[in-house]
Design a protein around this ligand. Sequence first.
Ligand code: PMP
Length: 373
Amino acid sequence: PQPESDNSFKYADLSVRLAPPHLLQPKPDVRDLVFGKYFTDHMFKVFFHEDLGGWQAPEITPLESLVLHPASKALHYAVQAFEGMKAYRGKDDKIRLFRPELNMQRLNHSAKRLGLPTFNSTEFIKCLSRLISIDQEWVPHCETASLYIRPTVIGVDPTLGVATSRSALLYAILCPVGSYFHGPVSKGVSLLADPSYTRAWPGGCGDSKLGSNYAPTIHVQEKAEEKGLQQVLWLYGGDMQLTEVGTMNIFMFIINEEGEKELITPPLNGLILPGITRMSILNLAHEWNQFKVTERIITMEEVCRLTSEKRILEMFGAGTACVVSPISNIHFLNQFLHIPTMEQPSPIYDMILKSLLNIQYGYVPNHPWIIKV
Ligand code: PMP
């Protein structure tokens, strides 16, 4: 973790302006929740103006449009970073955040990469908790849904120079979300692995959560969908290293050369977003000590070989949006590699999924990864 910013906005300065009752939106039925389509009644905002001494007083306001100068740096040079985290309502009706300090650290890391100001994690978590408690009725009353939290920071300097933005806006909006993928996970996803595309490279920004990492992926995702596939498996380099799957980190569970079971995920070498789900899965797997756990490079050559030797047991993606997403097929250079994730009698992806959900929905009392709102 990096040292926390001293020059932060403070929760103690937070002001709240509530939406008038006639502007409160009806809450959608949980069965109709489309990811990121419905927003709650309020939002968080705090401006940074270098000329006015840095961070200003934070505020909670009704959800409203932003007014930006057309020259704002965010609109020209993608000076934008964001986070994705969730609040979960447990059986006890308490609302929980899952390791939010890690999202705050990652947002500060991303902001720094863009020359944007950083903030104190604890102060921002307190502000977010207040926002969530104001909109608490929007946190779904069921365990197949949650409240997605989207903190965003943008450079709003109204000048076209490719230079540090002297003004910034940090804001957060909330949306109730169901499960990320349509339909049950019982089928597993099919991936497009096309080595002619890459999402990150050494010295680049793959380890930061910048909007500019995502825009160029949309076209490739469309290509996957045209082929009837659900997600992109992002490869890197001449040896076609597996890096991530869609907006998830990737895991492979195999029988290794020694005949042991081993869980493998690519290392944090700058090409990979350091997922909080990824870290949590590694933490759990080390704690369980039931199989070997390794962070190392995986290549497509290895996946092809292990597939033909029937030594891949499972592959899955992991991220906040869908927690764990089992993989069934990889479309790679005109061949279909079948991954038998869904054929395992007691798959570890399911054990991991249930363990994480049990923590997030409060079945594990006083878990250290949980902060109650
Ligand atoms: N990789 C990418 C590219 C992502 O966008 C995400 C989602 N933030 C992840 C991995 C998973 O990260 P997390 O577990 O923190 O959601």
